[in-house]
Write a new protein. Structure first.
Length: 115
């Protein structure tokens, strides 16, 4: 059974930093992308950053230059380093793993940025 577990969320002041982690377990064949999404209260879930199997990274325009996505395949772990956080980035952050047959989601981790 595939399981994704996020960690690293919490409360931080505006301008601060957090590092999120996502560990996946179980058999996932042919992963082609891993990504971070977020959903703020009353808003739709949106893409934050994605990293392909070849290592190519893509970011939402709003986080470019501040957030960095990375992965450690040996540890089945993906990270999101978030710097210079803004109050409007308060949301639940989810990780997602995409294979050619399925998408898998974590349960989310709360990030609260105080102004």
């Amino acid at each position: 059974q595939v399981q994704l577990v996020e960690s690293g969320g919490g409360l931080v002041q505006a301008g601060g930093s957090l590092r999120l982690s996502c560990v996946h377990s179980g058999s996932i064949f042919s992963i082609y992308a891993m990504g971070w999404y977020r959903q703020a209260p009353g808003k739709q879930r949106e893409l934050v950053a994605v990293i392909g199997s070849g290592g190519r990274e893509n970011y939402a325009d709003s986080v470019k230059g501040r957030f960095t996505i990375s992965r450690d395949n040996a540890k089945n772990t993906m990270y999101l380093q978030m710097n210079s956080l803004k109050a409007e980035e308060t949301a639940i952050y989810y990780c997602k793993v995409s294979s050619w047959t399925s998408d898998y989601w974590g349960q989310g981790t709360q990030v609260t940025v105080s102004s």
